[in-house]
Design a protein around this ligand. Structure first.
Ligand SMILES: O=c1ccn([C@@H]2O[C@H](COP(=O)(O)OP(=O)(O)O)[C@@H](O)[C@H]2O)c(=O)[nH]1
Ligand SMILES: O=C(O)[C@@H](COP(=O)(O)O)O[C@H]1O[C@H](CO)[C@@H](O)[C@H](O)[C@H]1O
Length: 335
């Protein structure tokens, strides 16, 4: 079947042309000079990542703290890990903070977005770079590539990484098979409802960086909707020209199974629905259901003729408020 390839929109071509960079445009030494008095924080959300977090922390510390004084603060957020994540991260040279400690006294929320919000609250850099803790073969250019535009172009407030994403499975590697939720859920949603964002190669990339003054003015969606919400909210707050992307090469990470990505997709759809509500495009008096029913093949017979387990998950999401709003409300709190 011949696919009709519509021409790329002039707006997408223009944005991509002057807002897409490549990591090796900047060296750590150049950026250490360019940063001046600005402080740089790297925040790594980590849940049960003892197998990989140590190498990531050690690489950043050796190359971007000790060898070149670019990164001022290296924070790992222990997101209710049940393994040795905190111990491994601390031994490798990170300052480890607890998601639960950082949010004590606030409503308890779950998920990556809450861990990221805790990391932003628990760090002090003028520029903050977020790096996932499950990366394999991490290279320091993941950080310098994200920082390059932010330290050299004052008109840029936020940078997403992008990369080739092989899907590494037990039977082999599918060269461009990774980013399954990106390709099947997020990219279609962004193209349909926020076409200005269609130029982002990896809108769900877990590696991104921004100026604190903008990151503290957007809410953080609690679960896996955090990247989706952040792009939409920063587009609306800063405009597309303040957003950029950098080619980081290739990313290898631990893959979740399809069932888990189904739940991730449910959280992203909830996140999108909430933002469509704010635009008045959907009727907020008719909210979507919160529960996702999935079927797991494990030898049980849940119902007559149904030799599958029925798995029901709550895929609703909540939000942490922008940090600036929380601080103002705490300042005004009665003594
Ligand atoms: O409740 C959570 C869920 C995830 N993560 C971290 O967020 C990053 C991305 O999560 P995951 O690898 O599960 O997402 P995927 O890359 O598979 O989409 C990883 O460093 C996780 O350890 C976290 O800190 N808290
Ligand atoms: O991009 C995607 O489709 C998902 C799943 O990636 P894979 O199919 O496991 O390579 O991974 C991303 O999405 C999450 C939700 O936004 C982010 O939190 C992850 O950091 C990112 O890896």
């Amino acid at each position: 079947m011949r696919r009709s390839r519509s021409a790329v929109s002039p707006a997408l071509e223009a944005w991509s042309t002057h807002r897409t960079g490549v990591a090796d445009q900047w060296t750590a030494r150049q950026l250490a000079h360019a940063k001046g008095a600005r402080r740089i924080s790297v925040v790594i959300p980590a849940r049960d990542e003892e197998a990989t977090v140590g190498a990531i922390v050690a690489s950043i510390r050796a190359c971007l703290v000790e060898q070149v004084a670019l990164v001022d603060e290296l924070v790992v957020v222990d997101s209710r890990s049940s393994d040795g994540t905190a111990r491994v991260a601390a031994a490798a040279g990170a300052r480890v903070i607890s998601q639960d400690e950082m949010t004590r006294g606030l409503p308890r929320l779950d998920g990556k977005g809450d861990a990221l919000w805790a990391g932003l609250a628990g760090s002090d850099g003028d520029i903050v770079a977020f790096i996932d803790a499950d990366l394999r073969e991490f290279q320091p250019h993941f950080v310098t590539g994200l920082l390059g535009p932010l330290l050299t172009d004052p008109s840029i407030a936020f940078v997403k990484g992008f990369y080739h994403r092989p899907l590494v499975g037990s039977t082999g590697v599918e060269v461009e098979g990774g980013g399954r939720v990106t390709e099947l859920v997020a990219r279609p949603l962004f193209n349909l409802f926020w076409p200005e964002l269609a130029g982002f190669v990896q809108p769900l990339a877990g590696e991104y960086a921004g100026r604190r003054d903008v990151l503290e003015r957007v809410p953080f969606v609690s679960g896996y909707g955090v990247e989706t919400a952040m792009l939409i909210d920063l587009l609306e707050m800063c405009g597309l020209n303040a957003l950029a992307q950098v080619d980081l090469g290739e990313r290898l990470h631990r893959h979740q199974d399809t069932e888990a990505l189904g739940r991730m997709s449910g959280q992203i759809l909830h996140t999108v629905w909430q933002r469509l509500c704010r635009r008045g495009l959907v009727d907020e008096t008719e909210p979507p259901a919160n529960l996702l029913v999935q079927f797991r093949r494990d030898g049980t017979t849940a119902l007559p003729n149904l030799d599958r387990e029925i798995v029901v998950s709550d895929v609703s999401v909540r939000e942490r408020p922008p940090l600036v709003e929380l601080r103002e409300s705490l300042r005004g709190a009665p003594v």
